[in-house]
Design a protein around this ligand. Structure first.
Ligand code: SF4
Ligand code: SF4
Length: 474
């Protein structure tokens, strides 16, 4: 029998050795003997089993039996393979492709209009290439029915209110949420509500209602007054920062509210942005680099490096808090920790058309909220159903990505955002190079932080992935 190495990423955390097994999306600690075995096989490509045992035993002083046992353990995990390809972990252990199920998450665009005029807006200031419009009550009813009928087996459904600015059509938000709650109660199911808002139209009444339906609220805000106002003005040109900060108090008090930053080249200082918004009172802040298709805003490769430096500082801060059993409100790293801990192993980069679609006021269903108004990415209609779902899912399947096949992060990242790929490369299957390098480096950093916390305070991980934990702290 001959051994060869399985596909893994070696990680050294201050002398402690770990291996991320790519096909299984699993992190293993390695004892010195196992590490030596793996290194030797990696160096030599293919090694006869007997020779490997003899050499490693004589180098380490371990018995031949101990070396063979360690090799068998590595073989069982898929970190070693036999040259013929055998080895239980050489293949993906999980293959999540729930495409035959219905849709269990719907993003409803209740308002294709907005009171802000953000300069980088991908949605044409909320109009998505059309005219200002609001979703009617009748259309909202049909969307709620669509969601409940699409996957009758799903115990939990997600309904997200989006725009434009959804609070410009709060009446329809209420109606849809009330209908969804009634139907969920009748059918013994649960609906999880979410909303993305610019925060300028929040009132006590709005905050009370969103708290009543336990809505997770994302407020778009880009950092300090200066940065935010340069990017997110009202139509008249005046900045929105003061209005947002004056209005969101009730949300911060009563709802699970996170800040969502669209990061542009105008302000790349992720650390200051996050610290500022935590100081405003958000429990959690997430940062997404902009995809505007406009060099005034989109990040250059050097900008991505600057962003990564900031994200690394924030990630280390998160780790240091976690090692003391505390949670630091930096959402990006938490998302990665969940992915690594749950062993994400996906054929699709995100839930678009797999479990989620976006619905526009005119009844068209799109791959996701960012593709609304683009006929090429229309999955179907309220009246006709999800006619193009299979076709679009085939297009965005990991196997059809042009450049992810040998990437160690492929089963966690699965090819990056389809919209970013489409915008920057003109093809959902082709990852924008600068973005891809950024993604891979970011996944690597997240893996290191995960390893540190898993090694030194595993109780934090166990507590933090417990669904009840989030409720307790937010
Ligand atoms: S990091 Fe890049 S190459 Fe790797 S899976 Fe993501 S998009 Fe593909
Ligand atoms: S395509 Fe991009 S924006 Fe749309 S759901 Fe996927 S990751 Fe999000």
């Amino acid at each position: 029998m001959e051994f060869r190495a399985g596909e893994f990423v070696a990680i050294d955390r201050r002398g402690r050795q770990l291996a991320w097994h790519v096909p299984a999306s699993a992190l293993y600690g390695l004892d010195p003997l196992s590490l030596r075995l793996l290194q030797r096989v990696q160096e030599q490509g293919t090694v006869p089993a007997e020779r490997l045992s003899t050499e490693i035993a004589s180098e380490t002083g371990a018995t031949g039996e101990a070396v063979r046992a360690a090799a068998m353990d590595l073989l069982a995990l898929g970190l070693l393979l036999t040259s013929g390809g055998a080895g239980s972990g050489g293949h993906r252990l999980v293959d999540l492709a729930p495409r035959r199920k219905g849709i269990s998450a719907l993003v409803v665009h209740v308002a294709h209009t907005c009171n802000l005029a953000c300069h980088y807006c991908y949605a044409d200031e909320g109009r998505y290439g059309g005219r200002d419009s609001l979703m009617t009550e009748e259309t909202a009813r049909r969307y709620v029915d669509f969601l409940f009928d699409s996957d009758p087996e799903a115990p939990r459904l997600r309904l997200t209110f989006f725009g434009g600015e959804p609070l410009l059509n709060f009446k329809v938000v209420r109606l849809a949420a009330d209908l969804a709650r009634e139907r969920a109660a009748r059918e013994g199911r649960k609906v999880l509500f979410a909303m993305t808002t610019n925060g300028t139209l929040v009132t006590d009444e709005v905050a009370d209602y969103l708290a009543e339906i336990d809505c997770a609220v994302t407020v778009s805000i880009d950092g300090s007054r200066e940065t935010n106002d340069a990017l997110r003005p009202f139509h008249g040109g005046q900045g929105s920062y003061d209005r947002v900060v004056a209005r969101i108090g009730p949300l911060l008090e009563r709802c699970r509210t996170v800040a969502r930053v669209t990061l542009t080249r105008r302000d790349l200082d992720a650390v200051s942005i996050v610290e500022h918004l935590l100081g405003v009172g958000f429990r959690e802040v997430g940062i997404t680099p902009v995809d505007a298709g406009d060099p005034r805003f989109d990040l250059s490769p050097r900008d991505y490096d600057t962003l990564l430096e900031g994200l690394a500082v924030l990630s280390d801060r998160y780790r240091d808090h976690a090692l003391e059993g505390r949670r630091y409100g930096f959402a990006n790293v938490e998302t990665l920790l969940k992915a690594f801990h749950q062993g994400h192993n996906k054929d699709y980069a995100c839930g678009a058309a797999v479990a989620m679609v976006a619905g526009s006021p005119d009844g068209k269903l799109s791959l996701c909220h960012r593709f609304v108004g683009k006929p090429e990415f229309q999955v179907g209609t309220l009246s006709g159903g999800l006619e193009r779902r299979e076709e679009l899912l085939d297009r965005v399947h990991l196997a059809n990505r042009t450049d992810c096949g040998s990437c160690w992060a492929r089963y966690v990242c699965s090819g990056g955002c389809h919209y970013a790929n489409h915008l920057h490369g003109g093809d959902v299957r082709q990852t924008h190079v600068a973005h891809c390098d950024y993604l891979r480096a970011w996944y690597r950093k997240g893996l290191e932080v995960y390893a540190d916390i898993a090694l030194d305070n595993p109780a934090f991980i166990a507590r933090f992935i417990d669904p009840d934990y989030l409720c307790a702290v937010q």
